[in-house]
Design a protein around this ligand. Structure first.
Ligand code: SF4
Ligand code: SF4
Length: 101
């Protein structure tokens, strides 16, 4: 496995074969109580071929996430400590979001 962050948003320019090549992503969801309230702020519509930087050194891992979803159990001071993250659905919802008990 290249990375512990997978993304199935195929319309995003940074997506290639289920991996994200943005280097770093920002996930929004300050008031989120459900994964539907989150979204990947780094999403840009486009094709991977148009990117200038798309080597494996651009691959995004979970430690490269800045996330404002403070109600998520995996949020740790604005970072993400989930072992694996899946960004999914059309507009980049964080499927791994779990509400804090
Ligand atoms: S939607 Fe976000 S996580 Fe998915 S490839 Fe694009 S920038 Fe990366
Ligand atoms: S799992 Fe939680 S902390 Fe990690 S990116 Fe998703 S919403 Fe943010």
């Amino acid at each position: 496995m290249k990375s512990n962050l997978n993304c199935i948003v195929s319309s995003c320019a940074y997506n290639h074969d289920g991996y994200c090549y943005a280097s770093h992503i920002k996930v929004n969801g300050y008031d989120a109580t459900d994964f539907k309230d989150t979204n990947c702020d780094t999403y840009i519509k486009g094709s991977f071929e148009s990117l200038s930087s798309k080597g494996d050194d651009s691959i995004t891992n979970t430690q490269n996430i800045s996330c404002s979803a403070k109600n998520c159990t995996y949020n740790f001071y604005g970072g993400c400590n989930a072992a694996h993250v899946l960004i999914a659905k059309e507009s980049g919802k964080c499927d791994t979001f779990r509400i804090k008990n």
